[in-house]
Each structure stands twice: as structure tokens, then as C-alpha cells.
Design a protein. Sequence first.
Length: 330
Amino acid sequence: MILLTGATGYIGSHIWIELLACSFQVVGVDNLSNSSLDRLGEISSISGKSPIFIEGDIRDKLLLTSIFSKYPITHVIHLAGLKDVGESMVKQRQYLDVNVGGLRNLLEIMREHNCLKIVFSSSAAVYGESAPSPISEQSIPAPSNYYGETKLEGEELLAEESNRVPAINSVSLRYFNVAGSHPSGLLFDNVLASSNSLFSEITKVLIGENNSLSIYGDDWGTRDGTCIRDYLHVSDLAKGHLNALKLLDGAADGSFTLNLGSGVGQTVYEVVSAYEGIAGRKIPWKVVSRRVGDVGVSFADTRLCTQVMGWSPKKTLSDICIDNYRTCSK
């Protein structure tokens, strides 16, 4: 049985759907700080199964102990955490408590119950601003924000656990820019209001919340002057976690760190143009000053992920735009 933390969030709910589709037994836990119980009905509607859900916080050792005592948990997929880059810089103690302290609690309870396999939600934020693209796992981590620092600390905790006896084996997945939604249109990023991602900002324009899309500089050294980023469909990301579970079951003891991205860089103008083609309307935009800390080009080298666990993305930029537009046009 699999314990899925952060289960009702944007990414967690998509992973839950994929797990149920493959007949995994799943216990989901979430404190609902970035989601709601409505998500359970959506998961049930899509999967045709009744999800097992427990409301709670991973920092609660008694809660974790009760879950592991009640259910025969063999694997953990750990997503629960705080993820706002800007917020992390002013709430460092809270980010340390949740992202690092929560993982430490989880590993302690896992070890007590002889659960020795975990997939960890990490981030490309561990690479920082200076890693050359395509960014490989061999790039030296240099986080430029505290959120990235906490993810790197999480990876280091897992590396330590892999050297203990018995080892807790892990796969840390470094996400690049996740976008899109489930083809049903029922699952989408429910933190749209606080998100500053390109697709969230486009959505805000299309639903009339904002008048225009802000493009942060058009004088970058790229093919059209706008920033290049790696956009990965959330369904492909979710499937990557299933591949990671298989890797844990088939590999020798160890701690793996792998990129999850499309491996393709798209400029802001390319994304806007593709989205306009799907929406059948123009997306008004304006060029504004560059943001502090932005880099011109950032996209993943995904060769190691393909080699080690046989994963590669199937969805295109067009698929991301189609599924994203389906949710914002409801």
C-alpha cells in the first residue's frame, strides 16, 4: 500500500488518479492548506473508486504513527510541503519546519514501521540561477531561494538514510515547470490566485481577472528575446512517479536523483502563440522589466531519467494548452 502525502493538491491528485488507474492501494493524507475536500469527489468521479483519505499534517508524529499502524504501508510518495519561492524568503522558519522537519518526521516513522522506499518531490530550484541548460543532474546544486534550499536539504536527508542499515531507498524527482491538467477538466491548479506561473497568468487574462499578460523582458539572448523554460504536462509528471516506484522495487539499495522535465525549452512568445491557437483569440500582453533573479534559459536534460527508469514525456505544448484552456473556459 502507498502513502501519498499532499494527496489532494494539484500534483498529488493527478498522481492519485494514476495510482488508482494502475490498481495501487493508496492512503492519501493532506492538511488541506492548498486544497479542499471537493478534490476527493473529483478523484472518485474520474477513477470510479472511493479514495481513502486522512486529513492531517506530516509534522504530527502521532498521526503518522496511527496511519502506519493501521495500514500496511510499503512505499511513500512524499509531496506535502510549502512551495512559494517568494514566500520562502520571508518565512524561512516555517519552510524549514514543514519541508525539512516534516520529511524528517516521516522518515523516522517509516523506519519504525520498516517502510524503506520513498519517492520525494524535489525541484529544479535546487540548481539555482547559473546552471547551464540543458541542466543535468551532474550540475552542482546552488539554490537561489530558500524553497530550493529546503528541497536540497530534503535530498541530503534521503542520501543519509540510504547509507544507514537498513537503508531507506529513495528517488528524488526534480520537477521543472509543471502545467496542464487532467483531460477530464476536473483537476486543475487550485492555487491559481497565488501562482505566478506563465500558464496561471495566461488563465487570469482569459477569465478576465487581469487585463494583460506581463512578459518580463524581451531582450534576453534567446531566439525571440523572451525567456526559455521547460514545461511538463502534469499527467506526464504523475506517470513519472509510477516509474520511480518500479525503480525502487527493482534497483539495488541507493538514493537516486532525477530530472522530470520535457527536455525542450519554449520561449514565452512560443507559449503565448500556441495558446492563442487553441483559444482562438488573442492574449493581450505587455513587456515589463525583468524580474530579479530570472535567467534567460532553463530546461532539463532528461536522458538519465529515460535511461534509469524508462520514463519520457508523451504530452506536447499543445496538449498542455488544450487541457489548461479546458479548465479556464468552464
